[in-house]
Ligand binder design. Structure first.
Ligand SMILES: Cc1cc2nc3c(=O)[nH]c(=O)nc-3n(C[C@H](O)[C@H](O)[C@H](O)COP(=O)(O)OP(=O)(O)OC[C@H]3O[C@@H](n4cnc5c(N)ncnc54)[C@H](O)[C@@H]3O)c2cc1C
Length: 427
């Protein structure tokens, strides 16, 4: 258990206050300290810092950050060690209720009660939440046994309960795939994973390691159209969908199960950003950010899944390091770099983060494609930069590094980002 300062030990004013101590919050704290911020406070509503990583006991984390694969708790532990070495104040069991545009952070915790701290800069790192049954309105009964895959993961990995004996999983996002394997290893019969789209929503490595290796069937272009059961789920009706993703009821069939896990996507937990008045991007659901991850409100930064849903924690840490460094620098009097170029999603690109960049800075652009291209693909930044990659799929975030050398010749203020099949570009 890390230090949990009580009211006497909390400063009334911090250089940087960070909301959320997942991988984003912890990396931001380190970035802020590196750039000279003396007083940094990291706040989380949970008892232990680490965010969603604490329930991800599988390996698959850290290849980029540490050059080796570790589990989620190990990844979080390594960052937490550095955070504590850097004398960051870590306040857990503390819920941030409100942040104002002049950066007053109001929190509530059993140790400090309702308390307000002032901050020169704030980093929002609240992560994302799972979409539930209500988001896609599955008709039928309302029995127990229907839950999100992340909640089932918490039950199994943190609390030691099995959610049921015979499970169906709706959605092939990474959490669903990982839970298919986890439940199968715990002796649950996983009848199948049903995916509305014609391709999996999760990483290829997870399809192979979590389904193929355990002979769990994946039904693409198929969805659950009804839930049956009075007290407990007894069965679900599944049906293939047409090209417009409309179920074809004549081809439906019933699957017996006592558990239905939903892995139907994550939504940035951006309520604080919204109530603060930061501009949100309807494409990501998270705040609009500059190349230093500053929101449209001066001194309020954001990073990690609250900005856009990342596939790897390593990318979250990298992005949050940028936010923390910029927040730390601004808090200690540095000049804010001029963000003179706006980025917009173009051909086959669903969104781009950041939304603006500085032409004299080095940036990593993150984006997702709308549809897969299973062959050589050209990633294009306006007319000034092209990079070829082997293939792109919506499940895997694409990154592109840009430097002042690439941007120096550009005379304009808007750049489009495209992802196009190489053969089409050649034509
Ligand atoms: C099931 C699952 C499996 C995954 N597997 C992998 C994998 O194998 N490899 C990989 O690299 N990545 C994986 N990921 C992705 C990775 O875990 C996430 O990208 C990463 O955890 C996001 O980091 P974050 O800090 O933005 O958010 P989170 O980890 O969600 O942390 C957000 C924190 O903010 C806190 N918080 C929110 N609101 C408040 C508030 N108002 N007040 C105080 N605290 C607040 C929360 O309690 C939480 O601790 C997986 C994710 C999931 C869900």
């Amino acid at each position: 258990m890390p230090i949990t300062p009580d009211r006497r030990h909390l400063q009334s004013r911090y250089d940087v206050v960070i909301v959320g101590a997942g991988p984003a919050g912890m990396a931001a704290a380190l970035g802020a300290r590196e750039r000279g911020a003396e007083h940094v406070l990291l706040v989380d509503r949970e008892t232990d810092p680490g965010g969603i990583l604490l329930q991800c006991i599988h390996s698959g984390f850290g290849l980029h950050a540490f050059g080796e694969e570790v589990t989620g708790p190990e990844y979080a532990g390594r960052f937490l060690e550095q955070v504590l070495e850097q004398d960051v104040d870590v306040l857990t069991d503390a819920y941030v209720m409100d942040v104002t545009a002049d950066r007053r952070v109001k929190l509530m915790s059993p140790r400090v009660g309702v308390h307000t701290v002032d901050a020169a800069t704030v980093v929002l790192a609240m992560g994302a939440r799972e979409r539930t049954r209500e988001a896609i309105r599955i008709p039928g009964d309302r029995p127990s046994g229907v839950m999100t895959a992340g909640f089932a993961q918490q039950l199994v990995n943190l609390e030691g309960y099995l959610p049921g004996r015979r499970a169906v999983i709706l959605g092939s996002g990474d959490i669903g795939l990982i839970m298919a394997r986890r439940l199968a290893l715990e002796g649950v019969e996983v009848v199948g994973v049903f995916e509305l789209l014609p391709q999996p929503s999760g990483l290829t490595r997870n399809v192979v390691q979590c389904l193929d290796d355990l002979d769990i069937p994946l039904h693409l272009s198929t969805t659950v159209i009804r839930i049956h059961g009075r007290d407990r789920v007894e069965r679900v009706t599944v049906a293939p969908v047409d090209d417009d993703r409309r179920p074809i009821p004549e081809k439906a069939w019933d699957v017996d199960c006592d558990t239905l896990l939903l892995s139907i996507g994550l939504i940035p937990d951006a309520e604080l950003a919204r109530s603060l008045g930061a501009q949100l991007d309807p494409l990501t659901g998270g705040p609009v950010v500059s190349g230093t991850m500053e929101t449209t409100l001066p001194g309020v930064f954001a990073a990690g899944n609250v900005v856009h849903v990342n596939d790897l924690a390593d990318w979250v840490s990298r992005e949050a390091q940028v936010a923390g460094e910029a927040a730390g620098a601004l808090a200690t009097g540095a000049r804010r770099p001029d963000q003179d170029i706006r980025l917009i999603p173009g051909e086959n690109v669903a969104y781009v983060v950041p939304h603006t960049i500085a032409s004299d800075g080095t940036h990593t652009l993150s984006f997702r494609v709308r549809r897969p291209i299973h062959g050589p693909t050209v990633l294009r930044l306006g007319e000034i930069h092209r990079r070829k990659v082997r293939a792109v799929v919506p499940a895997e975030m694409v990154t592109m590094k840009v430097s002042p050398r690439i941007l120096e010749g550009f005379r304009g203020d808007v750049l489009r980002v495209d992802a196009i099949a190489a053969e089409e570009v050649a034509r």
